[in-house]
Design a protein around this ligand. Structure first.
Ligand code: ZN
Length: 276
């Protein structure tokens, strides 16, 4: 197994007591680029084991996938969230893009674009091996690992069009905190049943498991690859469970703290600040 993140723009392994530089461990400077390390994810488990014995450094993780070619978002992928949104279950994955410039690290501030900004905790897939027409049965072997994300959404902008197009309302700068690390699939006791939750300023808002997904992670990889060639580092936000602010009549305001968590992966902490 491995936990891969980004410290000061360089690939780094995450341990409980600090970080170890990947390229230094490997004696291969090309692995310093996190996107290269993701594409070479098959080499990382043995390097992670080697790095375990090295002296750890302190650091603050940045974006664990700094330059993906594509960032997919999946809407209404938990029945409970579709119900609270008064939306019918989609017959196929309801797919939009979060433009890659919205991604930020696990402790970055979220800059509010207005007074209709909402939280959405999600498990995030990071593709390691690209391909087209990937079979559902082969999908997990194309995944470098999983991380945690917040699909921050400006509800007013998201639903402004007729019909609405979600992508821009979910792509304001800072609307995609991810991290703290990409965790290899073999680290999960059950890769199809991962608990995730979200607290806003101390109140538990979302609490579910990926076993409740309508379209499973292998299905999403297979479906998206039937349309687009997937490339190493491509990112899929897999959808959010119920408990978003829109359904509660309580949206984000400056000073709110969004604490997101997932089993095995870890936590995000993002403070909301007024946008410029
Ligand atoms: Zn979402």
């Amino acid at each position: 197994m491995f936990r891969l993140t980004n410290i000061n723009g360089r690939s780094a392994f995450q341990f409980d007591d600090g970080f170890v530089d990947v390229a230094t461990t490997a004696g291969d400077e090309s692995l310093a680029d996190p996107m290269v390390a993701i594409a070479r994810f098959g080499e990382l488990a043995s390097l992670y084991a080697k790095a375990a014995g090295s002296t750890k450094s302190a650091g603050t993780p940045g974006v664990c996938v700094p330059k993906p070619s594509k960032v997919f978002g999946i809407g209404l992928n938990y029945k409970s969230h579709a119900a609270e949104s008064n939306m019918e279950l989609p017959p196929a994955p309801l797919t939009f893009t979060k433009f890659p410039s919205c991604l930020v690290g696990p402790t970055a501030d979220v800059e509010l674009s207005g007074d209709t900004v909402d939280w959405e905790v999600e498990i995030v897939v990071v593709i390691g091996k690209g391909g087209r027409h990937i079979a559902e049965s082969a999908a997990w072997s194309h995944i470098a690992g999983l991380t945690l994300g917040q699909d921050i959404s400006d509800r007013k902008v998201q639903t402004a069009g007729k019909p609405p197009q979600f992508s821009l309302g979910k792509s304001f700068d800072t609307f995609g905190p991810i991290g703290p690390a990409i965790v290899s699939v073999d680290a999960f006791p059950d890769r199809d049943d991962i608990g995730l939750w979200c607290d806003v300023s101390g109140e538990r808002m979302q609490d579910s498991r990926t076993s409740n997904l309508i379209f499973t992670i292998p299905y999403l990889v297979s479906y998206l690859s039937s349309i687009c060639t997937l490339e190493p580092g491509d990112v899929i936000f897999t959808g959010t469970p119920d408990g978003v602010g829109m359904a509660r009549g309580r949206l984000l305001k400056a000073g709110d703290v969004i604490d997101s968590g997932a089993e095995v992966i870890g936590a995000l902490r993002n403070v909301c600040v007024a946008g410029k």
